[in-house]
Design a protein around this ligand. Structure first.
Ligand SMILES: NC(=O)c1ccc[n+]([C@@H]2O[C@H](COP(=O)([O-])OP(=O)(O)OC[C@H]3O[C@@H](n4cnc5c(N)ncnc54)[C@H](OP(=O)(O)O)[C@@H]3O)[C@@H](O)[C@H]2O)c1
Length: 250
């Protein structure tokens, strides 16, 4: 049975839960990761009740020891890992301008979204290679794109978010811009091991109460493009940026 590990699955309203559910429905054994083990465990149990094979690990992107322990557990239980979904991310104060932003706070976001994602990928890499056809999905955002007309670095705030006011998302956008660059570099290094890695923007998604009123779409729609990237054929794309299976400008 193929395995997929999804980071940042701490609630049932986040994208991580829906990604796990959809991959589980496609026949994967899903490994639910959250920084609090009890949350991951309870979500895995909930998925089990739906007939999905699921288990839990504790992964805090800022705690390398937790990643090491999770790798040991996955290796012991499954030997290999077919799919890694780097879904976990942190967004702190998105309203601060470049002048106002507290840079110590920005460093925590960068350490989580970029270095932490990189660490999880490095630590699991031997298990991913061992699967023979690894897939890595870095859940990114149009906020880190130069060409995204609604949410991108140049055009933001676009029409879809005007109702939320002037919300520049500068630090988060910079972390996702860096994640996109990392995706390209990883894809070049990992190609020789038949590992495909892509950055996927889920689109503006209702993962918080009230967001749907601002045009955010349901998680069920947004997760599809992530599941698509997780299940690409061996000759599928790598080192690219997509939303809903369609290329997104960098
Ligand atoms: N929702 C959108 O409109 C949208 C748009 C574009 C991209 N995205 C991306 O989609 C992904 C999922 O976001 P979401 O909207 O579903 O939000 P979410 O529910 O807040 O999911 C983020 C997850 O990351 C976890 N996390 C934060 N810091 C962590 C750490 N140090 N170690 C491990 N886990 C950590 C959170 O755990 P805790 O509960 O413990 O904090 C949470 O489970 C993110 O990468 C986000 O950037 C979302």
């Amino acid at each position: 049975m193929k395995t997929a590990l999804i980071t940042g699955v701490s609630t049932k309203i986040g994208l991580g839960y829906e990604i796990a559910k959809q991959l589980g429905q496609e026949g994967f054994h899903v490994i639910i990761a959250a920084r609090k083990f009890e949350q991951a465990d309870s979500i895995a149990a909930e998925l089990n009740t739906q007939g999905i094979k699921a288990s839990a690990v504790c992964i805090d992107l800022l705690d390398r020891a937790s990643i090491t322990e999770a790798v040991k557990k996955v290796k012991r239980d499954h030997q290999t890992l077919d799919v890694l979904i780097n879904n976990a991310a942190l967004m702190l104060d998105g309203s601060a301008t470049a002048f106002e932003k507290n840079l110590d706070e920005f460093n925590i976001e960068f350490e989580t979204n970029v270095t932490g994602t990189w660490a999880v990928t490095q630590y699991f890499y031997p298990l991913i290679v061992a699967s023979g056809h690894g897939r890595i999905v870095n859940v990114s955002s149009g906020a880190g794109s130069y060409g995204d007309l609604d949410f991108g670095i140049i055009n933001f705030p676009g029409p879809a978010l005007n109702m939320m006011g002037d919300y520049p998302l500068t630090p988060y956008a910079i972390t996702k811009l860096a994640l996109n660059g990392l995706t390209v570099k990883m894809s070049k290094d990992f190609r020789r091991d038949n590992v495909l890695v892509n950055a996927i923007c889920p689109g503006f998604t209702a993962t918080r109460p009230g967001l749907a009123a601002y045009g955010a779409r349901p998680v069920s729609e947004s997760a599809k493009g992530i599941v698509w990237a997780a299940t690409l054929a061996d000759n599928g794309p790598t080192g690219q940026f997509f939303r809903d299976g369609k290329p997104l400008p960098w």
